[in-house]
Each structure stands twice: as structure tokens, then as C-alpha cells.
Design a protein. Sequence first.
Length: 295
Amino acid sequence: MLVHRRTADLLDWRNAIPSGTPIAFVPTMGYLHDGHLSLLSEARRRAGTDGQVVLSIFVNPTQFGPNEDLDRYPRDEAGDLAKAASCGVDLAFCPSHPRELYPGTPAGTSSGADAAANTGATWVNVEGLDAHLCGRSRPGHFRGVCTVVCKLLGLVRPDVSLFGEKDFQQLAILRRMHADLFLPGTIVGMPIVREHDGLAMSSRNANLDPVARVAALAIPRFLAEVRRRFAAGERASAALVDGAAAALAPGRVDYVEVVDAASLQPVEAITGPTLCAVAVHFGGVRLIDNTVLLP
């Protein structure tokens, strides 16, 4: 497995790939878990024996707000590279500094909050789909996500890029960006991978202390109750999520929303594919999860 740390080296590698070679791409912020590995395994399958699988590991400073967990985000590059190699990854792109992806970043800028404030003048912003859910509580987050993913897609020029459905809003926004900007390849969403007890896998789970880890199981229990109510015939959004605050205690609820699965706009009653999404803080760690309801 090759490891490149400079965009120039990545471009040289990409330009040397023979035309027609399938390329599958999985962009991540690292600290890989089984959810990421499911993406890499699917990427390997889609690329085939003659194709190339590319992984990127980059904790992107522009998608973190000033009071968020950029500096606390878990990192384990050595472990990540070992897992990537075991999945058959051909190339791992691990930028040595934010300026590799944001050339406007001053050379002396750290990789922390200062880097997010000094990243150049070019941004990619998808309007409308970020009005609710994480977009409302994390202003600027999806601008950072879209900008870095757009850059990575331009560098790698993949035939297929894979993302997890746990970040449902992110996936919807990236699909819109991809279509609107005529970017290469296709975007594929992959199902949520869960721990044995139902908690959605997330790199941030590593920051949960034992008490918060147990408390966080309130999220999958709550979503299971929403599905139970829906299966019993309930279609009113308010009734489906009634009692959410109590059910998610002792977590601090950021949002519990029921939105149209395509437009991500709130709905009062379910008539088509619908997303119930939550964001809850446990022990200072913000966790997201969702379930799709299909009438």
C-alpha cells in the first residue's frame, strides 16, 4: 500500500494510472472502525482485481466550529494504515498539513483551530439541504465538508466514492453537490454499521467514558421505539417522537427531527420516505443517528 502525504504526489500517481482503470474512493477523517472497513471492503469489491482503492485520512479543520472537538478528535494513523492494508487499499492519502488541501493556509499555522480560520478564499456551499438537522446547529459545517470533498474528488477522480448513511444529511448534500458540479464518478451510500448493543459506530465513540457509553444506548432504544410506533400505524411526526427528551436522558438533546428523506424539510405527517434523525450529547461527546421510515 502506498502512502502519499503531498497533493503533488497524489496527482502524479493519479496521472500515471492507465485510462479505464476502475478507481474506488473512501474519504475519511481516520480513527477507522468497522463502519469504515465496510466501505473499504465494498470499494475493493467494486474496483475489482484490476482497479485501485484509494483512502484519504484527513481531520478537516474547516468542518469544525470554534467550540467543537477538532483538537480532541481521535487519531491513530498507524492503526488506520494497518486496517486499510488489511482491506486491500492501494493508496492512502494522509496530508502532512492542512495546506496540502488548503494552499492558502500559512506555513506556520497549526492543524488546530487556527488552520480552520486561514484556509483560503474558495468554498463550496450547497444551499437549502443544510437548513435543518446538523446544518442548523453547526453553521458552516457542511461548507467545510463540501469544500474538502470537492477537492478530494478533483484530485482522485474516482469512478465511485463511498459514504456511510449514518451521516444521512451529509450524504444528501454531497449527492447534490456532485450532481450540480458534474463531478466524476458516482456517490454510493452504505448502511449504518452498529456495535453489538446497537450503538451506531462512530470514531467519536472512543471519547465516551464508560458511564456515557452506557447512557448513549438511549439513542438506539429511542429509534427502535420510533420504528415500533411507525409499524403500529402511527404517521404523525409529533406522536412518533413524543417523549424524546425523557427517552434520551441523561443526554443533552441537540435535535430530534422528522424530515422528508429527499428534501430534508420537516414533515407533520409521513406520506413518503422519511428520516427520523437525532443528535445528542453524552459526556461531552456529540453523537448522531437516524432511521428511515418507509410507508
